[in-house]
Design a protein around this ligand. Structure first.
Ligand code: FAD
Length: 467
């Protein structure tokens, strides 16, 4: 990934702050920079802002918010930070965990108050690893709704978003100071845009098969469910400039993508009392650990598929999510009044499904732990009507990235910051550690929102002339 020497760069136009990528991280950074009073340009390769943000469920974890208080959820940034560290076995940078968990709540309230985003908290379903209900979303619980709201807010705030423009190269001084970027348009033409501060918000490398095979070989052949434009440029540019990267093998997988329809099926279908079986009717893992680490076990089953089995009560909880409603509309949530009918629709051996159901029911009564380590204590038995969806495992997004400090400054190996480069969202190293099991629900958009806002503040402070 080439870096153009500053001496060979002459800007056609300049902005104090340039942001690469118009996903949640880039647009939130832009809103923060505008609020600080600087002109900002967001450069986006697509013809409209989308990114992985638009493909997501749009759920953002935050602690101590007014939406939590309104429904009686007690929570603190410290408890949130402890959950993040516990899920990732204390591997993330504690300073970044503290910063992100403290920044998330105020950032969502700022997006609501200043930019009209209508958040509420999901209070009827506790995501695995979270000690409190703290996943917030817009009314439809859909990422497309989130990105549309952010893009509209950016437009109202006077942010310039240049679409159909792929950043090909950064231009830098010998000391790593970025002087601008080279952008390519769909017709092959190029433009040179100067800047005083650069924010990399172009996510990770999930769409780059070569980098996935190198860093996450277990999912090299898996379905990639994120945005194809996430090609890893932030990491490659950073490395070329001497920046440090961290936890590049970290990622979020998912063990519940409807197959072959390709629709995300909420993990609530499992944690609320459902379970997964393979095509032979056998369970094969502990679903309560989380959806991220479930991708590999699902892919190891015959045909690389599994069935998520639940009931209509759980289906109602899942139906608050736009994706699940789409799955129902597509007719891929199979339903039957009894086990035999469900087994017939699933084409799995009825005896095996009935035995698995009976085993799970008895665990729910006894409160015992199964052979995979899952406790079903306190969870209601499944009741007719029974439901099932055929699913597969997928790679959602990568979690490793550029090392940044709590001001989102990109760091060199020696811990010194590069002069004027910041990273947020999936471009920065996340708080999930080096493997799939470290991903706590919402870590993705946490890094996009909390770090996005901070990156905008930091970049604006650097670019703004002293008053
Ligand atoms: C199916 C799915 C569901 C998910 N659900 C959730 C969830 O509910 N909660 C959660 O926390 N996380 C979730 N995630 C993860 C979440 O979507 C990401 O962590 C988050 O969207 C990252 O935001 P971002 O702004 O960093 O990246 P993106 O939203 O991907 O934005 C990056 C943008 O940069 C652009 N870009 C890339 N390279 C260039 C370039 N060279 N020049 C110009 N533009 C460029 C891309 O086109 C893209 O628009 C989910 C992910 C998937 C795939």
């Amino acid at each position: 990934m080439s870096i153009l020497p500053a001496a060979e760069f002459a800007a056609d136009i300049s902005f104090p702050v340039v942001i690469v990528g118009a996903g949640a991280a880039g647009l939130i950074a832009a809103l923060a920079a505008r609020e600080a009073g600087v002109e900002v340009l967001v450069i986006e390769r697509d013809s409209t802002p989308r990114g992985s943000t638009s493909l997501s469920a749009g759920l953002i974890p935050a602690a101590g918010t007014r939406w939590q208080r309104a429904v009686g959820v007690e929570d603190t940034a410290e408890a949130f930070a402890a959950d993040i560290l516990a899920k990732a076995h204390d591997t993330p940078d504690p300073a970044m965990v503290a910063m992100a968990s403290a920044m998330a709540g105020p950032t969502l309230e700022w997006l609501a108050d200043q930019h009209g985003l209508d958040f509420s908290v999901i209070a009827d379903f506790l995501y695995p690893g979270h000690s409190a209900c703290r996943m917030h979303g817009l009314p439809k619980r859909a990422g497309a709704e989130l990105i549309e709201a952010l893009a509209a807010a950016a437009e109202r705030a006077g942010v310039t978003v240049l679409c159909d423009a792929q950043v090909l190269k950064l231009a830098a001084e010998a000391d790593g100071r970025i002087v601008g970027v080279v952008v390519q348009r769909p017709d092959g033409g190029t433009e040179r845009i100067g800047c005083q501060a650069l924010v990399l918000a172009c996510n990770g490398y999930g769409g780059n098969k070569v980098l996935v095979a190198q860093h996450v070989p277990e999912l090299a052949e898996a379905l990639y469910f994120g945005h194809p434009g996430n090609q890893g440029e932030a990491i490659l540019w950073g490395e070329a400039l001497g920046a440090a990267t961290r936890h590049l093998s970290g990622h979020q997988g998912h063990g519940s993508v409807a197959h072959p329809a390709g629709i995300l099926i909420s993990w609530a279908t499992l944690t609320e009392g459902g379970f997964q079986i393979n095509t032979e009717g056998q369970r094969f893992h502990n679903e309560s650990l989380g959806y991220s680490e479930a991708a590999s076990p699902v892919l190891r089953q015959p045909g690389g598929v599994a069935w998520s089995v639940f009931d209509s009560r759980i289906g109602l909880i899942a139906a608050q999510f736009e994706d699940f409603r789409q799955a129902e509309a597509a007719g891929i949530v199979l339903r039957a009044p009894d086990v035999a009918g469900l087994a017939a629709r699933m084409r799995v051996p009825v005896d095996a499904l009935a035995a698995t159901m009976a085993e799970v029911d008895s665990l729910k009564v006894s409160g015992g732990t199964d052979r995979f380590g899952r406790s079903f204590a306190g969870v209601a038995a499944l009741q007719p009507e029974f439901c099932a969806v055929r699913v597969t495992g997928a790679l959602f997004h990568t979690q490793g990235g550029l090392s940044v400090d709590p001001r989102t400054r990109v760091l060199r190996e020696n811990g010194e910051p590069l002069p004027n480069m910041f990273a947020a969202g999936g471009a920065a190293c996340g708080v999930s550690g080096p493997d799939a099991s470290g991903y706590l629900s919402g870590n993705g958009l946490l890094m996009a929102t909390a770090l996005g806002r901070q990156a905008g503040i930091s970049a604006a402070a650097l670019a703004k002339p002293a008053e």
